[in-house]
Design a binder for this molecule. Sequence first.
Ligand SMILES: *Cc1c(COP(=O)(O)O)cnc(C)c1O
Length: 389
Amino acid sequence: MRDFATELQQRRDAGLYRTRRLVDGPHQPALTTDGEPVLAFCSNDYLGLASHPELVSAAAAGVARYGVGGAASHLICGHHSEHHRLEERLAEFTRRSGALFFSTGFMANLGVITALAGKGDTIFSDSLNHASIIDGCRLSGASVQVYPHGDTEALEAQLAKTQGHKLVVTDGVFSMDGDVAPLRELAKLCRQYGALLVVDDAHGFGCVGPEGRGAVLQAGLSEDEVPLVVGTLGKAFGTSGAFVAGPTMLLDYLVQKARSYIYTTAMPPALATASCRSVDLVEQGEQRREHLARLIGRFRREVSDMGYQLMPSLTPIQPIMIGDPHQAMALSQSLEKRGILVTAIRPPTVPQGESRLRVTFSAAHTNDQLDRLLDALKMFAPQRIRESA
Ligand SMILES: *Cc1c(COP(=O)(O)O)cnc(C)c1O
C-alpha cells in the first residue's frame, strides 16, 4: 500500500496542508467559526443573498409544499415543475433560448464538456480554468490543448493547426484572478475556425453585466456567438445548484448525453423555488452592485498605497499576490489573529510561485467592516516593513 501518512506529512512540510473550518450560524460577513467571532472576506456570496430573509422564506414555503427530497433523477420522475419554472426564469435572465438546471457547477462542467467532446475531438482550454473544467476535459477523452491565460493569439495558432470538431472552454470571470476572459475575441475566433464556445461564468453572474446578467452579456454577445453559458447558483445567487443556458437543441442533446445530469438525484424542488426568487433579487440588485463597487474601489486604492501587489481585477475577487506559500499562510494567520478571515490560496489551485491572499467582497460588507480589514492589512504592509527596515 502507498504511504499515505508520509504524503500527508510532506504536504504539511511544503506549506500546502489543507484544513476545514467549522462555521456556526448563518452565512454572513460576521461569522462564528470554531467558536470564535470572525469577519470573513472569503465567501462567494457576492451579493449577500445566502441568508436573505426573502430567500429563506421562499425556501421554507417550498419545503412546506414539496418536502425536502429530490426523490429521483430528472429522467426518471424527479423533474419537478419548480425546476422547470427555474429553468424558464434562468433562460430569460441570461437572454438565452433555454436553460438546464444541474446540481452543481462542477457537475455542469463535467456534463457539458464530456457530452460535447470526445475521442478524436480537440478541446482548447485556458490555463487558468476552474478545476471542474480541467476534470471535464480529462474525462472527455478528447485531445486537450491548454492555451496561455487569455492569450488569443496562441489560441488562434492552435485552432488553425487543428482539424475536426473543436470546443473552446473558458471561465468568464476567472475564479482566482478576478479578471475577465477576452470574450469578444474568443467568440470571433470560434466563429472563424468553426469551434463551439462554452463560457463558465460562475463568478460573473450577479456581479457583472447589465442587471448582473454576466460577462457574456456585458460583452454584448448573443447565443449565436456564445452558444453555451454555464453558471452556478452557489455564488452571487446565494442558493445552490447550477445551470447551462443556450439553444434548446444543444440542451436537449445534454439531456440525452450528460452523465452528470442523467445519473444523479434532482435537487430538492424547494431549492428551485428559492432560486427563482433569487434571480429576481439579482436582477433588482443595482444598489447591492453599486455598494460592492464602492467597497472594491476603496480597497484597491488603499491597499495599493500600502505597497501590496494587486491584480487587474474589477470584480469582487481581489487577490493580494504574495508568491511564497508559507508567507501567504503566515499573513492569513496574522489576519486571523486579529479576527479577520482571508484565505491563502496555494498550489495546486494556483501556479507555483503565485500563492496569494484571495480577498472577496460581498454587498453585505459594511464600510466599517472594510475599515477593519484595511487597518489589519496596514499592520503587515510591505510599505511599513520597508520603512522600518
Ligand atoms: C465555483 C466554480 C464552479 C463550481 O460551481 P459549484 O456550483 O460550486 O460546484 C465551476 N466553475 C467555476 C469557474 C467556479 O468558480
